[in-house]
Write a protein that binds this ligand. Structure first.
Ligand code: ADP
Ligand code: MG
Length: 618
């Protein structure tokens, strides 16, 4: 156990400190973090009255020596850092040395602790600005901290507290995150005498089940990948498993719960084509980066972090999640069957190490190691400079370009790995078409499984993939309409059209002005001749505010393509044989198909399920 230091002003002035205890949940968070930092493997949290009446936290960690007890309660007292240099590579959850002092200043606190080296435990209390005497007490190894009457002497803060139930809810959320983020620790969380959550320190899956229930496991992919020195693992909701709010999005960075824009926008963008309006992805992700690639000392609650290189973090996360979701062959390198997982990272991506020394001169750049990745030679400076001027959507496109370049160059360099992969991913599926049901669903048989395909959604996806590809390759063929379509717009719509005419042109639409706020559409993309132009422009103008903000043409084209394909499909349309065989091919390679608007395309029913219906098995 290390000694508690009182930080010099030189150090604590460098710490972005602030008010850490605003609500009972922040006290719980700080106290549990301390227990984790102390190496505890079992932590019990008991609260009464939403944590306002009392919070009691017991751990079996390293304890605090009797002679240090008083010091632990002083401001800027920490055993976790000593000097300014330590701020660059923080690996503990705490480091500011102010949580206990802040809690003590607004409550009646008692700390009991027994390090293994001491025969007895010792205790100290602090309330009304006064320390108690330190006395001996009987205690198992570890620490027990009791906080009573939170904010009893801080009426302003007490006034801002919400109902006990709401404060309890916040604490429950905090505890859920601890359970998810520290699956190796057993947690027991009791509120008003009732056990609300309990985990057993038995690993990720068990922790996940403890928080979200066993059924949620099947609604998620478990992914694992190492890319650019960044390890990404955890649960991501399958395409259909979406939520109506952002409350089910959990990210841990090096074990610390964070809320960070770079990370969340990378994930949201990877999901974007799968989500319907007002739906949010579900995820519990662990991201591991070298400690010196991230600054955790930027937010008083330590909840946000700053990456040395946002670009590489964004790209890595975006690419891993989208590969998993898009269900391409590469998904098989990322999605892990937990039951057979031997903890090996399966992705064969090159690993790039962060070089601390070099980073002093070029803080924004990750430096490649000698394992071959050097030759990838991506010009970050260029990207970074552009990035400064542009908005999020542009960053999205830049990342896309960056990833494509990376993929392309890797393809040339890693032929051997690729060959190996191909044997790994080969799936022996023999799909056969059983027929069409209810004029809407195609049914395929695949060994012991049946697939029900929503042909409308599937058709849309096929068109979308094909159209996007054509647009990307600039190979869209334009087909003149027999009768031009006349479009009437308002000023706003007309401005938008004028501004984006070249984009629509690239996509095969020929549009000319035809009087004030009126346009003539004389050609459409050849293979979307069935497009319902009225529907298409309605769709387009419905989202005009969002579309207007998109300044990257590629991204805009993707969005327009979605709308065009949607408008080219009629319910009950028969799919051609060609399209059915494209679909079968896709199914052979894809784990998760979705239409561009987020509805599932395929539902799988296993033989076991059907046998159960008929009680052939129970
Ligand atoms: P920080 O966690 O930033 O160091 P805190 O005010 O939270 O600051 O804690 C002060 C110090 O008290 C810690 O650095 C640690 O040495 C000690 N401490 C606090 N809680 C515990 C605990 N549960 N077990 C062991 N030591 C603890
Ligand atoms: Mg702390």
């Amino acid at each position: 156990m290390s000694k508690i230091n009182l930080l010099s002003s030189e150090v604590y002035n460098r710490i972005s400190a602030g008010e850490v205890i605003e609500i009972p949940a922040s006290a719980v968070k700080e106290l549990v973090e301390n227990a984790i930092d102390a190496g505890a493997t079992a932590i019990t949290v008991e609260i009464v009255g939403g944590g306002i009446s009392s919070i009691n936290i017991k751990d079996n960690g390293c304890g605090i020596e009797k002679s240090e007890l008083k010091k632990a309660l002083l401001p800027h007292a920490t055993s976790k850092i000593k000097s300014v240099d330590d701020l660059d590579c923080i690996s503990t959850l705490g480091f500011r040395g102010e949580a206990l002092a802040s809690i003590a200043s607004v409550s009646k606190i008692t700390i009991k602790s027994k390090p293994i080296s001491q025969e007895f435990g010792a205790q100290i209390s602090y309330s009304n600005n006064a320390f108690s005497e330190i006395s001996d007490t009987s205690l198992n190894n570890g620490t027990e901290i009791k906080v009573d009457n939170l904010f009893y002497n801080a009426p302003v803060r007490a006034k801002f507290l919400r109902s006990e139930k709401s404060e309890e809810g916040e604490i429950t959320a905090v505890m859920s995150r601890f359970i998810l983020g520290h699956p190796e620790i057993s947690f027991k969380y009791i509120a008003n005498g009732k056990v609300v959550l309990q985990s057993f320190g038995e690993g990720e899956e068990s922790a996940f089940v403890c928080v979200y229930g066993a059924s949620s496991i099947d609604d998620c992919f478990y992914i694992k990948s190492e890319k650019n020195g960044i390890i990404i693992s955890g649960y991501i909701g399958k395409h259909y498993f979406t939520k109506s709010n952002r409350g089910h999005q959990t990210v841990f960075l090096n074990g610390r719960y964070i809320v960070n824009n770079t990370v969340s926008s990378a994930i949201s963008n990877a999901y974007s084509s799968y989500l319907m309006k007002r739906q949010y992805p579900f995820y519990v992700l662990n991201i591991t980066v070298p400690t010196d690639a991230v600054d955790v000392n930027v937010h008083p609650n330590k909840i946000d972090v700053r990456f040395n290189n946002n670009q590489i973090i964004y790209s890595s996360i975006y690419s891993v999640i989208s590969k998993a979701l898009d269900g391409t062959n590469e998904a098989l390198n990322i999605i892990v069957d937990k039951k057979t997982d031997n903890n090996q990272v399966k992705s064969t991506e090159n690993i790039i190490h962060y070089d601390r020394h070099n980073s002093i001169n070029t803080p924004k750049n990750f430096v490649f190691n000698d394992s071959g990745a050097k030759s990838l030679d991506v010009d970050y400076n260029k990207i970074d400079k552009k990035e400064e001027k542009k908005d999020v959507e542009d960053i999205f496109a830049l990342n896309k370009a960056y990833l494509e370049k990376l993929e392309e160059e890797k393809k040339n360099k890693t032929v051997n790995i690729k060959e190996e992969n191909q044997t790994f991913i080969k799936i022996d599926k023999k799909l056969s078409l059983i027929g069409q049901a209810l004029n809407t669903f195609l049914i395929f048989e695949d060994g012991e499984d049946l697939y029900f395909i929503d042909q409308h959604a599937a058709h849309e996806r096929i068109l979308f993939d094909k159209f996007s590809q054509e647009v990307k390759n600039a190979s869209v063929v334009s087909q003149p309409l027999l009768v031009p379509y006349i479009l009437f717009t308002d000023n706003n719509e007309s401005d938008f059209l004028e501004e984006k005419l070249n984009v629509l042109n690239d996509m095969g639409f020929i549009i000319d002005e035809f009087g004030t706020n009126t346009y003539k559409i004389s050609s459409v993309p050849a293979f979307l001749t069935e497009i319902n132009l009225k529907k298409f422009f309605n769709e387009l103008f419905f989202d005009i505010d969002i579309l207007k903000k998109i300044t990257v043409n590629d991204l805009l084209k993707d969005k327009i393509a979605q709308k065009a394909c949607k408008s080219a499909i009629k319910s009950g349309d028969k799919m051609s044989e060609d399209e059915i065989s494209i679909l079968m091919e896709k199914l052979n390679n894809n784990l998760g198909l979705k239409c561009p608007h987020g509805r599932p395309i395929a539902i799988k029913i296993t033989r076991t399920e059907i046998d159960k219906w008929f009680k052939r098995i129970v």
